[in-house]
Write a protein that binds this ligand. Structure first.
Ligand code: THG
Length: 262
């Protein structure tokens, strides 16, 4: 499982204020603690209250790159914000994200090609997140088709079926799991599948339990990557144990320690 740390997000008050005050130490500590906990990459999101996301994204990318070479996942819906992060990028990079709308695909795919970036494609469009399995698959196929047409490597595409909170869309969660399996047979080479895990438990009281239960289920359907809180030890332990059971890691008695020291 490719683990993308979610904690550098202006949605968190401590990050929002560090961003406002240009407090490098808070951001860099947040980066390092996620890597120590097992993150392979870091999501970078200015959050909903940023007054100047174009400048904030650039500053965040520069600040995080001072302390790590890990992949940065530039998380914004506006292309100008993504471009600003890309303008100073040195680390490996992933763009988060395009939708299935032609207007977005026609801009994000050339940008990903230019920067040799991986790309997240949300299987939603201007009309929102589809309510049924067929439409989700149709949007996934639209994104894959566009990549093939533009010469973007499909194995660098991460499709995201868009996980909704359990207290909002409980009946759609099984569909979301099925989507993982559906997406992976669209093409050979197969696109990858990613999820924003913590979405599922927003507004609930037992967040960690819901997150880790859904994660291991999604792993069994073939999930490749997840944006999650790697400092949640119970979550990471469940993730690692599921990888053993799915035969993705070799068993040893100290497997929990061994995995994080990989
Ligand atoms: N798909 C893709 N990218 C994404 C998402 C996705 N990026 C953003 C988001 N979803 C994933 N990241 C988070 C980060 C934090 C939370 C949820 C998803 C979260 N935050 C607390 C909350 O809202 O309750 C904040 C608590 C606090 O303020 O302290 O849950 O789906 N491609």
């Amino acid at each position: 499982m490719f683990v993308i740390g979610e904690l550098i997000n202006g949605m968190y008050l401590s990050i929002a204020s560090a961003l406002k005050e240009r407090n490098k130490a808070v951001i860099q500590q947040c980066a390092l603690k996620q890597i120590k906990a097992g993150a392979d990459a870091l999501d970078i999101n200015c959050g909903p209250h940023s007054a100047n996301p174009v400048e904030d994204m650039r500053w965040l990318v520069e600040t995080v790159q001072e302390v790590t070479d890990k992949m940065l996942v530039l998380d914004a819906s506006k292309i100008s914000v993504i471009e600003s992060g890309l303008s100073v990028i040195k680390n490996p990079v992933m763009i988060n994200s395009t939708t299935a709308d032609a207007e977005k695909l026609s801009k994000f795919i050339p940008l990903a090609l230019k920067y040799k970036a991986k790309l997240i494609g949300l299987t939603m469009d201007i009309k929102g997140v589809p309510q049924n399995r067929d439409r989700r698959l149709e949007l996934a196929a639209t994104i894959v088709e566009y990549c093939l047409k533009e010469g973007f490597p499909v194995e660098d595409l991460y499709l995201d079926p868009v996980l909704l909170p359990i207290n909002v869309a409980q009946a759609q969660l099984v569909d979301t799991l099925e989507a993982i399996r559906d997406f992976k047979i669209i093409n050979d080479p197969s696109p990858k599948v990613v999820l924003g895990l913590s979405n599922i438990s927003q507004g609930t009281f037992v967040r960690s339990l819901i997150n880790r239960t859904f994660l291991v289920m999604a792993q069994s359907y073939g999930l490749d990557a997840a944006i999650l809180d790697p400092t949640d030890h119970e979550l990471m332990n469940a993730l690692i144990t599921a990888e053993l059971i799915l035969n993705k890691q070799i068993y040893c008695d100290s497997f929990l320690d061994a995995y994080l020291k990989k």
